[in-house]
Write a protein that binds this ligand. Sequence first.
Ligand code: IMP
Length: 429
Amino acid sequence: MSNAVIVGSQWGDEGKAKVIDYLTKRSDIIIRFQGGANAGHTVIAEGQKFVFHMVPSGIMYKDKICIIANGVVFDAEQFLKEIDELKTQGISIDNRLFISETAHLVLPYHKAQDNAAENLMGTGKIGTTGRGIGPAYADKAARNGIRVADLVDWDLFTKKFEANLEQKKRLIESVYQSELSLDKDAILNHYKSIRNRLLPFITDTGYYLFKESRKGKKLLFEGAQGTFLDIDHGTYPFVTSSSTVSGCAASGCGIGPSSIDYVIGIVKTYTTRVGNGPFPTELNDSIGKQLQDEGGEFGATTGRPRRCGWFDSVMIRKAVQVNGLNRFALTKLDVLNKLDEIKICTHYEIDGKKVDQFPSRISMLEKAVPVYESMEGWNCDISECKIFNDLPSKAHVYIKRIQELCYNVPVLIVSIGPDRNQTIEVNPL
Ligand code: IMP
């Protein structure tokens, strides 16, 4: 296998960590390139459950290098919590975990701003994770963010922090009509105390990746969130604040796009969404509840229940387009085991007209009526299947139809349960 990027093809939570875990075995270096502690990757290995928000889940493999690259907004608190947890579990991170010096820091005032902004929005809330992601990316774009490298020069960090905190106080009090009750000295003292733990991880990760890739090391770019949460291509404004599509793997890591050979789209075999915003195939009935229960559809970061619905081929066609997907990893097929009937959305109807393309305007998406094809469910347990041919023929029909509706992208793997072993390889790389 050569270098590969993995992206979520829907609204995140497609079961990415499971696929990343599977592909990590074939890679040398695993890189997070966007997002922050809003992501929540759950890995189940030998019956033990790990949830990662900052550290790439590839860290579970003791011989792999993991990178938190420049496109990420770095949450130091969460990072330290995770490395402490890893140490408690006996997993060494020495010399195999690096943070980009140009990644931006998520600071306590970002979280306060995130929550104050949401509170002010009332019914128009985005439904953010409250992790300060939007404000951290906004500061980056406004050119007053604080970068990881700024921690090296303590006086500079202090100066920037004090200036920003003052600005945020004014913003939160006057615009968001809320209070910013953060203790400047306590925060600075805290960052001074954790700084020495962070400094050894900081490096020019782009240069490192470039050199290692030229030596033949295999890179795996780990996307967070999903295509429809992308700041440009998602269901704006109900999106996250980073670019979540495959193209960001290059700019978010500091190496060029010619380094990417495979673009793997994680496609859940039904659809889920956390947070607000339109969701054409949403099921507000007992089947939606069944998918939620069978699929354990509760957010890994916030614990919020995920909204559930049928598979939407209109979305996946757009995901193929914007990411240039050349492989699908189909996940959570086993969640459909108990259904007598399974539906696939083939297209929408908007104002009485057939629409095959995902609308860019939210007002149109809100009016989209999904048009379904119905098929019989397989109604049996598939979680013990080892090879593709072990799957019931009705599951073959379902997978084939998904592919037909979505440009016949080849299926790399099908995931049929949460454990590492419950993964069927269809077309190995
Ligand atoms: P933010 O990224 O916290 O600003 O939240 C913006 C939107 O993205 C909200 O709807 C969140 O629920 C959603 N979101 C952010 N991260 C994830 C994720 O990892 N999975 C699914 N949804 C996410």
